[in-house]
Design a binder for this molecule. Structure first.
Ligand SMILES: NC(=O)c1ccc[n+]([C@@H]2O[C@H](COP(=O)([O-])OP(=O)(O)OC[C@H]3O[C@@H](n4cnc5c(N)ncnc54)[C@H](OP(=O)(O)O)[C@@H]3O)[C@@H](O)[C@H]2O)c1
Length: 362
C-alpha cells in the first residue's frame, strides 16, 4: 500500500490524501426526486485503501456527462429508477485505473481506461473500489471526450442505424434534434455509410447563432440542415426530393408538432424510430400518412437493448472505438465542471441552445 501511495503522490493521478490508508473521495447522490437544485447532495468521504484482491480495482473518474436521462431520473420521471434513495446516479462515465492487484483476473494495469458495465451503477463519483469485471476496457489512447460520451449517445445512434432494416448506399434518413449528442453521432456514422441525412434543428434567436450551428454541423459532415419552419415549405421539400430520395427511416428526438411535420416527409413503408422526447409533447401521427404510407412507428430504448443483447455490447463498444480511432466519430463539444461545482454544471446542462455536453470531473 505504501508503494501505491508513493506512486499516487508522484503522478498526475495524485489524489487528495488524508492518511496513509485513505483518500478523499466524493460522490453525487440523489436524496429525493424533484428539482435538480434541491435533490442532489455532494457526499465527501474518506475511501479506505485496503489491499486489493485479485478481482478488485481502484478507479478514478476521468469525466462523466450529464445527459437528459439523468435529469429525468432526478425528477423521478424515468422508466428505471434507483431501487432506494439516497443513491449515486449518473448513467455513463469514463474511469481510469489508479491501482489494481498485479495478479488481477482481467490483466488490468494502472492508467487503463474503463467504462462501467453495470446498468444503474452511478458514475458521478470521483473514486471507487469495484470488481474488475464491472467494467469494459477501452484503449486509453482514444480521444478523451469521445470515450467519455461513447456509451449512451453514439451507441444509440449506432444501434438505430443498424437495427432498423438494411440501409443501402444513398438512401435517406431524417432526424430532428440533429444537433443533440445522438444526432451528431447519426450525422457522422451515416456519412461513413454513404447515406443522406436530412437534419432538423431549432431556429436560433440570431442569424449569427444559426450560422454557427449550421457551420458546426457541416464540420461533422451534415449536408442538408433545416429549421423546423423551413421544412414546412413545400417548395423547399419539392426541390429536395429531386436531389435525394425521400426518407425511409426517421429518428425522433423531440416529439410534438415538429415530429408530426417530419412524418409528412417520409416515403412509403418508412419507419419512425422514437428515442427521445425533448419537447415533452405527445406524438401525433397523421392518420392518412399512417394508413396510406403504411408507416411503422417503433420506440428505441438503449437500456432495454443492452438487457436483451448483453452479448453484443462488447462488439458494439469495439466498433465505436474503431470509429473514434479512425476519426469518423468526433465527440460533441464538451464543457468540464468539477463535481464540487455541480450546481453550476446542472444549470448549464439544462440551459437551452447550449450545444455542448456538460461533464463532471474530479
Ligand atoms: N432512448 C434511448 O435509449 C436514448 C439514448 C440516448 C438519448 N436519448 C434521449 O435522446 C434525447 C437527446 O439526448 P442527447 O443526450 O443527445 O441530448 P443533448 O445532447 O443534451 O441535446 C438535447 C437536444 O434536444 C433539443 N431540445 C431541447 N429542448 C427541446 C425542445 N423543447 N424542443 C425541441 N428540441 C429540444 C436540443 O436542441 P437545442 O440545441 O435547440 O436546444 C438538442 O438538440 C433525450 O431525450 C435523451 O433522453 C434516448
Amino acid at each position: 500500500m505504501n508503494r501505491l501511495l508513493k506512486r499516487i503522490s508522484n503522478s498526475h493521478l495524485a489524489l487528495p490524501r488524508r492518511s496513509a490508508h485513505t483518500i478523499q473521495a466524493s460522490e453525487l447522490r440523489l436524496k429525493k426526486y424533484g428539482d435538480v437544485e434541491t435533490s442532489l447532495e455532494l457526499n465527501t468521504y474518506e475511501l479506505k485503501l485496503n489491499k486489493l484482491s485479485e478481482n478488485q480495482v481502484l478507479v478514478r473518474l476521468v469525466a462523466a456527462p450529464i445527459n437528459p436521462a439523468d435529469i429525468n431520473i432526478i425528477q423521478g420521471k424515468y422508466a428505471s429508477l434507483p431501487s432506494e434513495l439516497p443513491a449515486v446516479i449518473g448513467n455513463e462515465g469514463l474511469f481510469e485505473v489508479l491501482d489494481v492487484n498485479e495478479n488481477n483476473v482481467r490483466g488490468l494495469k494502472r492508467g487503463d481506461w474503463l467504462l462501467p458495465a453495470r446498468l444503474g451503477w452511478g458514475a458521478w463519483r470521483t473514486h471507487s473500489i469495484e470488481k474488475c469485471d464491472s467494467f469494459y476496457k477501452i484503449p486509453n489512447t482514444l480521444n478523451k471526450h469521445a470515450s467519455v460520451t461513447l456509451m449512451v449517445n453514439p451507441m444509440t445512434a449506432y444501434r438505430m442505424l443498424r437495427d432498423n432494416g438494411e440501409l443501402k448506399t444513398h438512401e435517406t434518413i431524417i432526424q430532428n434534434g440533429a444537433n443533440s449528442g445522438v444526432g451528431q453521432a447519426v450525422i457522422q456514422m451515416a456519412r461513413s455509410m454513404n447515406l443522406n441525412v436530412v437534419n432538423i434543428v431549432r431556429r436560433r434567436e440570431s442569424a449569427a447563432a444559426q450560422n454557427e450551428l449550421v457551420a458546426y454541423l457541416r464540420s461533422l459532415g451534415a449536408e442538408h440542415i433545416y429549421t423546423e419552419e423551413e421544412l414546412r415549405k413545400p417548395a423547399l421539400t419539392h426541390d429536395l426530393w429531386k436531389q435525394i430520395a425521400r426518407p425511409r427511416l426517421a429518428f425522433n428526438c423531440v416529439g410534438g408538432k415538429q415530429t408530426t411535420d417530419m412524418i409528412r416527409l417520409l416515403d412509403n413503408e418508412a419507419t419512425l424510430v422514437t428515442y427521445g422526447g425533448m419537447s415533452r409533447l405527445p406524438l401525433t401521427l397523421n392518420t392518412a400518412d399512417f394508413i396510406f404510407k403504411n408507416l411503422k412507428c417503433v420506440g428505441f430504448w438503449l437500456t432495454r437493448w443492452k438487457l436483451q443483447n448483453a452479448d453484443k455490447v462488447p462488439a458494439t463498444i469495439a466498433a465505436l472505438c474503431d470509429l473514434i480511432e479512425q476519426g469518423t466519430l468526433r465527440p460533441p463539444k464538451c464543457e468540464e465542471f468539477s463535481i464540487g461545482d455541480y450546481q453550476s454544471a446542472f444549470k448549464r446542462a439544462q440551459a437551452p441552445f447550449v450545444n455542448a455536453k456538460v461533464l463532471l470531473t474530479c
